[in-house]
Ligand binder design. Structure first.
Ligand SMILES: *Cc1c(COP(=O)(O)O)cnc(C)c1O
Length: 395
């Protein structure tokens, strides 16, 4: 079974089903499991990470989703977390300790940065942010106590591609000959469009909340790794006591079945919207690595086999009133965080405040909009934006 399209439809279907041949995995809800014999009890404890001995560790429904993501990612094991952010927190904690040093890409998701600032630093971990375009020069920032490097390519706010292969190579061949774990948040590319382990990534994270779920009705995260790294992740995840709900996992599996189709539509529609936006005077710049003029295009082409429907535009000098006039009247673009669902979304922001290592790139007042292209008709979306630009002009 080679095609990911086939995998999406066939994996994780009948995990632990009773004597009932349904296509889909049954929905188990359980805190407690009971065993009839001492032998079964002891066996369950021994194999507890797979054949669960207590509800918090999972059940066949949650395992079906974990195993499916694992197979799509090309990992040895996948551990689920309550949200994308919980997955990130677990991975960062698993590979750092008091006195260690972590290297974090400047373009990471805001709450990832907050976790480093608020939690890791509290436990005596040294945090350095690096510019997204650093590539092999990351070796200059590697210290004897560097324990991990965290990437998010492209960044989900400002869309800089990172040369993950070059960074991973520098990490794994570092001058101290030490173990540095390369962690990447691969949410944008989905498990369909990027194969993290073929590019030197050690731990791959997804906010399942986004395209995998795909319907804006659940929050989940995944952490995938090869055997070398999975043990410590499992231990940290267990110590923290998080668990995932069976219903959410069931919904995520249902979302997965149509992910390939949705992604194809998202990227086709996004390209059409972007081609139109490029002709508009209101737009100063577009940030989307699948666009040939984007500085990340070459890396995107080399690393990924497709693109998501999430990008940003910079508006040419607009006042607050003009921005409000544009946003307030939009019919199809809801103003909301998150992305990857069926519905189009937009958020306004100024990136300068959220950056340190790549601050020079952004003017203090640069006004960006992050746009998530949903599954609505593309022309309706273009017309919605067109009407918004008219309102903006009339202010
Ligand atoms: C949304 C998002 C997360 C966090 O996912 P939640 O499930 O909302 O916690 C992590 N990384 C990226 C890139 C995201 O866009």
């Amino acid at each position: 079974m080679n095609s990911k399209y086939t995998k999406l439809e066939t994996l994780g279907r009948n995990h632990g089903a009773l004597d009932f041949p349904s296509v889909n995995v049954p929905l188990y809800r359980a805190s407690t499991l009971v065993f009839d014999t001492l032998e079964e009890f002891e066996q369950a404890e021994k194999l507890k990470h797979k054949h669960h001995c207590y509800g918090r560790h999972g059940n066949p429904t949650t395992q079906a989703l974990a195993d499916t993501i694992c197979e799509l990612e090309g990992a040895d094991e996948t551990i689920l977390a309550a949200s994308g952010l919980a997955a990130i927190a677990i991975a960062l904690m698993a590979f750092s300790k008091q006195g260690s040093h972590v290297l974090i890409c400047d373009a990471v998701y805001g709450p990832t940065r907050d976790f480093c600032e608020n939690e890791l630093k509290k436990y005596g971990v040294e945090v350095t942010y690096f510019a997204p375009d650093i590539g092999a020069e990351i070796s200059e920032l590697i210290q004897e106590n560097t324990s991990l490097i965290f990437l998010e390519s492209p960044g989900s706010l400002t869309f800089e591609m990172q040369d993950i292969s070059a960074v991973a190579k520098a990490a794994h061949e570092n001058k101290f000959d030490s173990d540095i774990t390369v962690i990447a948040d691969n949410t944008w590319a989905t498990p369909l469009y990027f194969q993290p382990f073929e590019h030197g990534v050690d731990v791959s994270i997804h906010a399942v909340t986004k395209y995998i779920g795909g319907h804006s009705d659940l929050l989940l995260g995944s952490i995938s790794a090869k055997n070398k790294h999975i043990k410590v992740i499992r231990k940290t995840s267990k110590s923290l006591g998080g668990k995932v709900g069976s219903d959410d996992c069931y919904l995520a599996l249902r979302g997965l079945r149509t992910m390939a189709l949705r992604m194809e539509y998202h990227q086709k529609s996004t390209m059409k919207v972007i081609n139109w936006l490029q002709q508009q005077d209101e737009i100063e710049k577009i940030f989307y690595p699948a666009l040939e003029s984007d500085p990340g295009y070459e890396i995107w082409k080399k690393h990924m086999t497709g693109a998501a429907g999430l990008f940003a535009v910079q508006l040419s000098h607009v006042s607050k009133d003009q921005l409000a006039a544009f946003l307030d009247g939009l019919k199809y673009f809801g103003m909301g965080f998150s992305w990857g669902g069926f519905e189009s979304l937009v958020i306004p922001y100024k990136p300068a405040a959220a950056r340190s290592a790549s601050k020079d790139k952004w003017g203090k007042d640069d006004q960006l909009l992050r746009i998530n292209i949903g599954l609505e008709d593309t022309d309706d979306l273009i017309n919605d934006i067109k009407e918004g630009f008219k309102r903006m002009k009339n202010v």
